[in-house]
Design a protein around this ligand. Sequence first.
Ligand SMILES: [Zn+2]
Length: 255
Amino acid sequence: MNLLATLESTQQIIAYATADGRTTQGGGFDMTYLFVIGGMMLLSWMVSATLKRRFTEYSKIPMPLTGAEVAEKMLRENGINDVRVISTPGHLTDHYDPLSKTVNLSEPVYHMASVAAAAVAAHECGHAVQHQKAYKWLTFRSKMVPAVSFASQVQQYLMMAFIFGMFYTGSVWMLWAMVGTLAVITGFSLVTLPVEFDASRRAMVWMERAGLAGRMENDRAKNALFWAAMTYVVGALGALAQLGYWVMILLSRRD
Ligand SMILES: [Zn+2]
């Protein structure tokens, strides 16, 4: 999964949420909400800062194979021969593409022989293994994609209307549209969690069995993947907070 996109969407959710808090007349509720959003922003900042720090640190611990070699080896040892490993521009742009059946590794991960690169490469191959084995949460997540892109589009228009003052919290149908689209988006971020944790689990099981490096390197790789997974947890919490906020507005309007 694309880490950068997740981080960006988390920040976007938080930015929107903060804009909401300023402009909505929700009585005493807004303070609680701003408190929650403030906490989410702090948490998001802490997790991404820790992730960046750990990745920088683990990029300096050498491994015998480059990210690309790790990926090729893990795919082969899992009996996967129809997935290609390619290099993609950018930083933190690593992802598995089930349509083209490619493991896309960012340039530093592709070329570097470090613990950080190995962890990322093995994680993306974990998604390829999930795809091959038709892992139920990955299949479910893929089926949600069309609904999620529709919901995200509608939601962007609603948010824009809201920010420019064309959205009225008194309009029940607009509130329902907001809650409905946010529910789909939140559901998607929740379904992403087992997919991400499982890909990392597969990566670590394989790395330990392959014996590429010692226990220290494997522990560091596990730690890097843990912090990467935490960004998805924060993303899901942000989406839940946002959904909760709009559900409460809807409930208070309908009283
Ligand atoms: Zn992933």
